[in-house]
Unconditional design. Structure first.
Length: 417
């Protein structure tokens, strides 16, 4: 397999079928909507202006380009509509390394040369195989044309190679229209853990963060937003239109959504609440009424509560339909006909129990709970003292109104560091 760095291809001489030089390579293009790896064409600077050299007209590639047609057969390069230009759009640009879970800068691009036969005529093809993010690519570009080729190659052999396979690269395109036209998405990024996506997003510029959040689906975007630092979280939501922001906020845990909207200007919060579904909006509005430094301000209203008469079979049925966060399903709470907290059943106890077993017979003692006005420090002390995973919050009438999870406490303690 023969490879060719982009930096060596740029500026290479192009020869026509007679062997006469006709111009130099000015750009290398991809058409991602058709093939994300295969080079579509070269833009060649000729005496008659810039022309598009289709790869079907390239017979061989060595240090230079040899064509099977003359420049008069190549269309004029009147723009780059629908094309991704490797020098302009990739060299020295930031991209997302999906495998390494970080943002990196591209110093060069590795291309693979192949030979194929189409319609009985052989011609060369180029595919992007990887991007160079190390010193080798930077040195190659810096010294090219200033150092003899042989000496440069000897020097480069001494520099460790640092590349990322092209399949692990997510491109960042801030122009929405161009992003759609080129079919640039972040499907690879979306498969990472939300905490890893959050770390990547925090390393991007504001317009790049917005571009990423516009392509992630609402659920992934919501989970990621919950992991982002509060000041960046606020900036992202303010950059999105109200409808998109509402779609994402609806997918967040109600307590996290309330914390976020509580930090936004009042008019912006109202715009987002208006766009949200009534039920989700009402949950968040109720939480916004509580002080953030209290149990009520930390709790989520998404939890599992069943009547005191419920059985294991009932609990399993509710679990199957529950759409809340996984953090809150560790405990199933029991309430009476007035909503008063009557017991707590750890999820682990359901595993070996028979379907008809009453949940009330499986409750843990003592039943630990806290009131809405309990301070952050007291909440943390309860989690520490009793090794809690979740903590139910009750109102003045002992009615179950919410649940605090261990990740809420961790977030709260981190904010105080």
């Amino acid at each position: 397999m023969k490879t060719l760095p982009l930096s060596e291809l740029l500026g290479a001489t192009v020869y026509d079928p007679s062997g006469a030089p006709t111009g130099r390579v000015r750009e290398v293009t991809l058409a991602p909507q058709e093939d994300r790896t295969r080079i579509a064409s070269l833009i060649v600077k000729t005496k008659s202006g810039n022309r598009v050299l289709p790869f079907s007209a390239i017979s061989t590639i060595d240090a230079n380009i040899h064509t099977s047609t003359s420049p008069t057969d190549w269309p004029a390069a009147n723009g780059a509509e629908g094309l991704f230009l490797l020098e302009r759009d990739l060299l020295d640009q930031q991209v997302i390394d999906i495998n390494g879970r970080k943002v990196v800068r591209v110093n060069d691009v590795e291309l693979q040369i192949d030979s194929v036969t189409e319609a009985g005529r052989p011609h060369a093809t180029l595919r992007v195989t990887s991007v160079d993010i190390g010193a080798r690519g930077a040195v190659r570009r810096l010294l090219r044309g200033l150092t003899p080729r042989a000496a440069l190659h000897l020097l480069l052999q001494r520099i460790p190679q640092r590349t990322i396979p092209w399949s692990f690269v997510d491109l960042i395109e801030t122009d929405p229209a161009r992003r759609i036209k080129l079919k640039i998405s972040h499907e690879g990024l979306a498969k990472l853990h939300p905490a890893d996506i959050a770390d990547i997003v925090e390393d991007l510029a504001p317009d790049e963060r917005e571009a990423v959040f516009r392509t992630l689906d609402e659920e992934v975007a919501a989970e990621t937003l919950e992991e982002v630092e509060p000041n960046i979280q606020k900036s992202i939501v303010e950059s999105l239109d109200s409808e998109r922001a509402a779609d994402i906020v609806e997918e967040m845990d109600p307590d996290a959504a309330a914390d976020l909207l509580g930090d936004l200007p009042e008019d912006r919060t109202e715009q987002i609440l208006v766009e949200m579904e009534p039920e989700a909006s009402q949950e968040v509005v109720e939480l916004l009424e509580h002080r953030e430094e209290t149990a009520a301000g930390r709790m989520t209203t998404e939890f599992l509560a069943l009547p005191v008469t419920a059985t294991v079979e009932n609990a399993i049925g509710v679990l199957r339909e529950f759409e809340g966060g996984v953090e809150t399903v560790g405990t199933i709470y029991l309430v009476d006909s007035h909503g008063t907290l009557a017991g707590a059943v750890p999820l682990a106890k359901l595993v070996l129990a028979k379907p008809g077993t009453p949940l009330l017979s499986m409750t843990s003692e003592p039943l630990i709970s806290t009131h809405e006005a309990t301070s952050d420090n007291e909440v943390a002390e309860l989690f520490d003292k009793y090794n809690l995973v979740t903590l139910p919050v009750i109102d003045q009438h002992n009615k179950l109104v919410g649940v605090i999870t261990s990740d809420d406490v961790i977030t709260m303690l981190r904010s105080k560091l």
